[in-house]
Design a protein around this ligand. Structure first.
Ligand code: BES
Ligand code: ZN
Length: 631
């Protein structure tokens, strides 16, 4: 607790300012997942100057926060921190008193900074010079929002690598700030990194490095929410693949990535044609090492992408469409709190499918929509009712608890249903109008509802009722009148599966169907009960499933292999779990293993080996599954 007694001005010494006693965690501000008092004082701009210290696994340096007092009488700035050591806080070179409250396991520690009374005339309307608060700090080696990789955990095994993952509430583990999506700020940064490494951020990445290549400069001129603050440092090369797109990746991955994602420029054009101009300048991609815990993360100007979508045949690129679509739904128009998360992910999933249809046709859209519906159905079986609603009460809950298929696929089905009532074109224009009118704003579910009523429902009175809208937003499950996607393509796959299970066709005949990756996934995911060992071996031999390098197909196959107790896949399972850290692919495999005594043993043995290489976010979600006793 004494660590919290860092502090203060010489001028204040006489007042014995051990006021810097840690206080109880305190209560959240206007956002239940943040202590920030952004209704009184708002951060408008950040200037970061950080050393990236791989030896200590710390970021060390400072942030200057430009603040605006919304309330003239405000004399306190409250920020979010988690695991940060705060060395000093100052304003115009003079120390400011501050306290670091007790820690809350979910929200971290409020950093309360005493501000002098505002000068008369200060505040929003006065046009006075902005006030700046400087914070000197360092991060903790186990910051939840950062992963520090050893060279052997990278593709090239030559240099260490660092990357951030700020969504949902982890920006506070590497920057003291107002960590709420309701607050938007611009930023500039300078990063000092070891020689031979490149730094990139969710910002303008075109400025050449200085100081012998060690000092990197960034600027993000558009205001963004804190969960989009992002950094990565490593042995990273760049290749241009379009007029506004560069792929960044480790040298050994770069060529494959540039090929896989060659259609990104066409995706940008397609989305612009439907939803209005791309407003962020460049759209670049960064391919991360395999421990990246998500498929992708829509960091503005620079999406972070898992290498597990490098299938070699562009079959998994809808992920790029998804992260790109966030440039409209999410980054441009942002959920105001984590309760409104469905507006980020549901809208984005809808836009993603529109892009996929434009590039790859209606059949591909149908198939991906049905796969999405299937995973939604699985989640509706397992997720408690309070998280089956689009806008759940999130007070006291971890935003992680709502990262299910509900905000994604139920949110998308809501828009699909509106499209079925008003027409796809009309809904497209309506959404475009929504993005235009709320660009660079953070918005609530209630704001959207009001906008929906006056700008869409009013066009065709009676087609959709307010009660139906409320049912989508606030009732669990799916409305009985939801319009669900289906595809004859998968119906044929189902029929073939049944024929094969009945012994009426051989696996070789299935192979002759020349199924797409989506059909293969549907085939593998659709077994009510796992086949026995001989048919498993037949499938494996014919389709090369244990050996596949397609990470999604491998995932579906390994899940089936665990259920079927199919031993020839064990070495591949071990390798998979030790090289991939994408939560969506890894967690279900552990959960399936944990269902039997033998599987549990296998899971725990593999986990002991793999855990040191996993991202802290993945570890946090696997520990309760694989090590229930250790908690
Ligand atoms: N923004 C999300 C990732 C995310 C959500 C991170 C919540 C932390 C908390 C990203 O856009 C996303 O949805 N990624 C998906 C891929 C997508 C194709 C469904 C993923 O990582 O699986
Ligand atoms: Zn998303």
């Amino acid at each position: 607790m004494n660590r919290a007694c860092a502090w203060l001005a010489a001028a204040a010494l006489s007042a014995l300012p051990f006021a810097a006693q840690a206080a109880s965690p305190g209560t959240p501000g206007p956002d239940p997942h943040s202590y920030a008092n952004f209704d009184a004082v708002r951060v408008r701009h950040l200037e970061l100057a950080l050393d990236v210290d791989f030896r200590q696994r710390r970021l060390i340096g400072r942030v200057d926060l430009q603040i605006e007092r919304l309330r003239a009488d405000a004399t306190e700035l409250i920020l979010d921190t988690s695991g940060l050591a705060i060395e000093r806080v100052e304003r115009r070179g003079r120390a400011l008193r501050f306290t670091l409250a007790d820690g809350d396991a979910l929200l971290g520690r409020a950093l309360r900074i005493e501000l002098p009374k505002a000068q008369r005339g200060a505040g929003a309307a006065s046009g006075a010079a902005p006030e700046t608060v400087r914070i000197l700090y360092r991060t903790s080696p186990d910051a939840r929002g950062l992963q520090w990789l050893e060279p052997r955990q990278t593709a090239d095994r030559q240099q260490p690598f660092l990357f951030s993952q700020s969504q949902s509430i982890y920006a506070r583990t590497w920057i003291p700030l107002q960590d709420s999506p309701a607050v938007r700020a611009t930023y500039r940064a300078q990063l000092r990194v070891p020689a031979g490494l490149r730094a990139v951020m969710s910002a303008d990445n075109t400025q050449p490095a200085t100081e012998g290549g060690r000092l990197w400069h960034f600027e993000m001129p558009q205001p963004i929410p804190s969960y989009l603050m992002a950094i990565a440092v490593g042995r990273i090369d760049a290749r241009e693949i379009g007029p506004r797109t560069t792929v960044f990746a480790e040298p050994s991955v770069l060529q494959a990535a540039a090929r896989e994602f060659a259609e990104t420029p066409a995706m940008i054009d397609a989305c612009e044609a439907m939803y209005g101009p791309y407003r962020w300048g460049r759209y670049d991609l960064l391919i991360l090492p395999p421990s990246f815990p998500y498929g992708g993360m829509e960091n503005p100007r620079l999406s972070f992408i898992t290498p597990t979508v490098l299938a070699g045949d562009r079959s998994l690129v809808s992920l790029i469409a998804h992260e790109l679509a966030h440039s409209w739904s999410g980054n441009l128009v942002t959920n105001a709190s984590w309760r409104d998360f469905w507006m980020n992910e549901g809208f984005t999933t809808y836009l993603e499918r529109d892009i996929v249809e434009k590039l790859y046709g209606a059949k591909r859209r149908e198939m991906e929509s049905v796969l999405g519906l299937q995973s939604l159905r699985d989640d509706l079986q397992r997720v408690p009712a309070r998280f089956q609603v689009l806008a759940p009460e999130m007070r006291g809950a971890d935003p992680e608890d709502n990262t299910t298929q509900i905000p994604y696929e139920k949110g998308r089905l809501f828009l699909d249903w509106l499209a079925s009532q008003f027409g796809r074109e009309t809904v497209q224009d309506f959404l475009r109008g929504w993005f235009d009118a709320h660009a660079f704003q953070s918005v609530t579910t209630e704001q959207f509802r009001a906008w929906l009523s006056s700008n869409l429902l009013a066009r065709k009175p009676g087609a959709v009722t307010e009660a139906q809208v409320a049912e989508w937003l606030f009732q669990p499950g799916l409305p009985s009148y939801a319009v669900l996607p289906r595809t004859a393509i998968f119906e044929r796959v189902d029929a073939q599966r049944a024929e094969w299970l009945a012994g009426r066709v051989a696996a070789a005949a299935l192979l002759a169907n020349d199924w797409s990756v989506q059909e293969r996934l549907h085939f593998l995911d659709g077994f009510a009960a796992p086949p026995s060992l001989a048919p498993m071996a037949e499938l494996d031999a014919v389709f090369g499933l244990t050996a596949t390098r397609n990470a999604e197909i491998a995932h579906s196959w390994l899940l089936l292999a665990i259920r079927a107790d199919y031993a020839p896949s064990w070495p591949r399972l071990e390798e998979y779990l030790q090289t991939i850290g994408r939560r969506k692919l890894v967690r279900p495999l552990y959960a399936e293993l944990m269902k039997t005594a033998q599987g549990r043993e296998r899971a725990q043995r593999i986990y002991a080996l793999a855990r040191p290489g996993y991202h802290p976010i993945l570890v946090a979600s696997l520990d309760p599954i694989v090590r229930p006793a250790a908690r």
